[in-house]
Design a protein around this ligand. Structure first.
Ligand code: MN
Length: 234
C-alpha cells in the first residue's frame, strides 16, 4: 500500500529504478541520495517496516545544529532504492542523475535491541511529527531530529543536527562524492551505465511520453505539490 504513489509516478520499463525489495533482519538502514533533477536536492531516506520513509532536502543535511534544513516529506520509496545510483532518463519522474551521497545504519536514540520494536517506536514518533535518530554513516554521524513544521506547508519538516561530538560548522555537502562509487554527480552523469537500456536509446522523448500515457485513462487529479517542490524534485 505504501508504495502505490511511488509506482504510480513511474514507468518501470523506461527507468532503471527499483520496483520493490525487502528490509533485512539486521540494523535499520538509511541513505542520502544526491539528486540532480530539475533542481538539485538531497533525498534523505530512513528504512521503516520494509520501505524508505523519504524527505527531499533542497540544501542537503548539515552537521551544524544552527542550520535547520527544510525537508519536504515525499512518498515512501522501495527498500532497494537505497542502492540506486545512476541516471533516471528524460521523460521520467525525477529525471536526472543520482548518487549515494551517504549511507549507513541508524536507530532510535534509545534502541531496544529489537528491530521490530524500534521500527514501531520510530513510526509512532514519525506520526507525532518529531523523530529523533542516531546515525552511523560515512558523513552523517550522531543525533539528528526531524520535526514537522506546524501551520506551514503540508509535508514540511526540518532536519536538525543535535549538539554532540559530531556537530561541526564545516559544510558537509562539500564532500560531494558518492560513498559507493567515489564519483561526483558530474562524473556519474558522464560515465554511469546504469541508465535507460541502450536498446531504447533511439526512442524519442515523444515516444516515451506516449508510453507513459498509454491506456488512455483519465489522469488522476493530484493535489498540487508544495510550491518549492513543484518542479519534479522528488
Ligand atoms: Mn529526488
Amino acid at each position: 500500500m505504501a508504495l502505490t504513489l511511488y509506482k504510480k509516478k513511474r514507468s518501470f520499463k523506461d527507468t532503471p529504478e527499483p520496483t520493490g525489495g525487502k528490509g533485512n533482519k539486521g540494523a535499520l538502514r538509511f541513505v542520502v541520495q544526491k539528486h540532480d533533477a530539475s533542481r538539485l536536492h538531497y533525498d534523505f531516506r530512513l528504512e521503516m517496516e520494509g520501505v524508505l520513509k523519504s524527505w527531499a532536502v533542497p540544501k542537503g543535511p548539515s552537521l551544524n545544529p544552527v542550520d535547520k534544513r527544510l525537508a519536504m516529506m515525499v512518498e515512501d520509496h522501495p527498500y532497494d532504492y537505497k542502492d540506486f545510483e545512476g541516471i533516471i532518463p528524460e521523460g521520467n519522474y525525477g529525471a536526472g542523475t543520482v548518487i549515494v551521497w551517504d549511507e549507513g545504519t541508524y536507530e532510535p536514540l534509545e534502541p531496544t535491541g529489537d528491530k521490530a520494536k524500534d521500527e514501531k517506536a520510530l513510526l509512532k514518533a514519525l506520526k507525532s511529527g518529531s523523530l529523533k535518530v542516531n546515525m552511523h554513516g560515512h558523513k552523517l554521524k550522531g543525533e539528528f531530529a526531524l520535526v514537522r513544521l506546524k501551520g506551514k506547508e503540508e509535508n514540511a519538516w526540518l532536519l536538525i543536527k543535535h549538539r554532540d561530538k559530531y556537530a561541526k560548522e564545516t559544510d558537509i555537502t562539500k564532500k560531494d562524492k558518492s560513498v559507493v562509487s567515489g564519483k561526483t554527480i558530474a562524473q556519474t552523469e558522464k560515465t554511469s551505465t546504469n541508465v535507460w537500456g541502450s536498446n531504447r536509446a533511439a526512442k524519442t522523448r515523444q515516444a516515451v511520453r506516449e508510453d507513459t500515457n498509454r491506456g488512455g485513462k483519465t489522469p488522476v487529479k493530484k493535489k498540487p505539490a508544495p510550491k518549492r517542490l513543484r518542479q519534479k524534485q522528488a
